[in-house]
Ligand binder design. Structure first.
Ligand code: NAD
Length: 497
């Protein structure tokens, strides 16, 4: 299929693809896909007001009925999976199965949220006062702004939107300026669900297009009580304090610097498979990509040799082609940053295998993935580089390995390969990994939607997706009900008059 065929199949029209100020290019070959219209900053107050108006209605719709809208969204996504997946590949450069996998993740979170719409439970609490009952009730919060990154151009919106909608919150989405086309196509899918639903308020789900300035309007507005922002730690360090300063609720999903500890007892063949997928999959452009390998010194050389062999066999090139496992980086800037970081690592004593620019498809930024043996965890290793660079570090004791794993500013995902139960449990204990995600005998990337997703420290502390992440989209109200004829005060306080 040509680029034009893919855009057409996803339902994008000439009016949407031309005449705007935002140039959108495919990472595959650098081809210009569209000049998209940006949302004028002056329109943002009206867009936010529309969302507030929608909230007044949507918050009173029973949650299971709100779930019906998300159920319809899941149905529409199932029907459009192939077309939207192909567009993700075209616009973000993911290999075909990862483009489809991203849409499957959207479907999965819809299924999760539909069930959730009948499970928005609060506790009942024993009151210390006779004839009293206590409980907590969860209420909608109001409009939820969603700022998303290029590397999961549509799934991140769905994680937020599916939960926010069943929780009673309208959504305003600002996708990455690098991936507006998948966002426009997703909104068309949402519009089909809304049409079938029938009586959803106008402005329940809105899309705004542009760069940081458009996002800034959501960040600054008191009428957007929840602001979910996914992207770099640099972005989060600007957005987080601004939302907090206006007493909004930020949900921050920022950079990771994810590690795997490989212990002497590890099943090395399994570890190699997990390492390769998590380090080079999506060309190292997942927030959960494996970036640091902390290998026991007794197996380190063997592991590096196995990895070097596996790396040499990886098909790199056009992500649409069957068999390709490594597609392009998002743009030439990403490739330049990768090559510059490798130079820094060399200057710090690193031995670099791979990590060269190559011709995949003319116009795209293709690289061979890099394995970098480092003498220690230097400043370069402690930074997130959004590219397929895997730093290899050695360790002698388990405590040393955990200390290296935790000694970075980010705290997203982590894992250990070991067959030693004591090590596995210690890694998951309070004195083990300090990350939001910690796995055993499985890599750090490719999370399922059932678990809460997010990380600590400079990753921002937000949680999205499964478990009780929905609580981040609602306000908790504690209720005390007195069904007695007395008015006793708590803590035995007397106030007679
Ligand atoms: P980025 O920070 O450049 O941009 C992300 C989004 O933030 C974009 O929509 C951008 O327009 C917006 N933005 C940037 N500055 C802003 C500002 N001052 N005000 C408002 N909005 C602003 O990130 P990227 O290059 O698109 O994505 C890669 C980064 O995202 C990596 O660091 C990766 O680890 C991270 N990421 C994290 C998660 C997670 O769940 N933790 C998921 C995906 C990506």
């Amino acid at each position: 299929m040509t680029h034009a065929d893919i855009l057409k199949a996803a339902g994008l029209t000439a009016a949407e693809l031309t005449g705007g100020t935002l140039a959108v290019r495919s990472p595959i070959d650098g081809a210009l896909l569209a000049d998209v219209h940006e949302t004028p900053a002056a329109d943002m107050p009206a867009i936010i007001a529309k969302s507030q108006a929608a909230f007044k209605t949507w918050r009173t719709v029973p949650a299971p009925r709100r779930g019906e809208l998300v159920r319809l969204l899941g149905e529409e996504l199932r029907a459009a999976k192939a077309e939207l997946g192909a567009l993700v590949t075209l616009e973000a450069g993911k290999i075909t199965s990862e483009g489809l996998g991203e849409v499957q993740e959207m479907i999965d979170i819809c299924d999760f949220a539909v069930g959730l719409s009948r499970q928005i439970y609060g506790l009942t609490i024993a009151s210390e006062r006779p004839g009293h009952r206590m409980m907590e009730t969860w209420h909608p919060m109001g409009p939820c702004g969603v700022i998303s990154a290029f590397n999961f151009p549509v799934a991140v919106w769905s994680w937020n939107a599916a939960l926010a909608l069943v929780c009673g919150d309208p959504v305003i989405w600002k996708p990455s300026e690098k991936t507006p086309l998948t966002a426009i196509a997703s909104m068309k899918i949402m519009d089909r669900a809304l049409a079938r639903f029938g009586d959803a308020p106008d402005g329940l789900c809105q899309l705004v297009i542009g760069g940081p300035a458009v996002g800034e309007a959501l960040v600054a507005s008191k009428d957007v009580p929840i602001l979910s922002a996914t992207g770099s730690t640099r972005m989060g360090s600007i957005v987080g304090p601004k939302v907090a300063a206006r007493w909004g609720r930020p949900i921050l999903e920022l950079g990771g610097n994810n590690a795997m500890i490989v212990a002497p007892s590890a099943d090395l063949d399994m570890a190699v498979r997990a390492i390769v997928f998590s380090a080079v999959g999506t060309a190292g452009q997942r927030c959960t990509s494996l970036r640091r390998l902390i290998a026991h010194n007794s197996i380190r050389a063997d592991l590096v040799a196995k990895l070097a062999k596996a790396y040499a066999s990886l098909p790199i090139g056009d992500p649409r082609k069957a068999g390709t496992l490594i597609g392009p980086l998002v743009d030439q800037g990403a490739r330049d940053r990768m090559l510059a970081q490798l130079d820094k690592a060399r200057a710090e004593g690193g031995v670099v295998h791979g990590g060269a620019a190559i011709e995949g498809v003319a116009g795209g930024a293709y690289v061979t993935p890099a394995l970098v043996e480092m003498p220690e965890q230097t400043e370069t290793v402690r930074e997130e580089t959004f590219a397929p660079i895997l730093y290899v570090l050695g360790y002698d004791t388990f405590d040393e390995a955990v200390a290296i794993q935790n000694d970075v500013p980010q705290g997203l995902s982590s894992c250990i390969f070991t067959l030693n139960l004591r090590e596995a449990e210690a890694f998951l204990s309070a004195a083990g990994s300090d990350c939001g995600i910690a796995n055993v005998n499985i890599g750090p990337s490719g999370a399922e939607i059932g678990g809460a997703f997010g990380g600590e420290k400079e990753t921002g502390g937000g949680r999205e997706s499964g478990s009780d992440a929905w609580k981040g989209y609602m306000r908790r109200q504690t209720n005390t009900i007195n069904y007695s004829a007395q008015l006793p005060l708590a803590q035995g306080v007397k106030f007679d008059f």
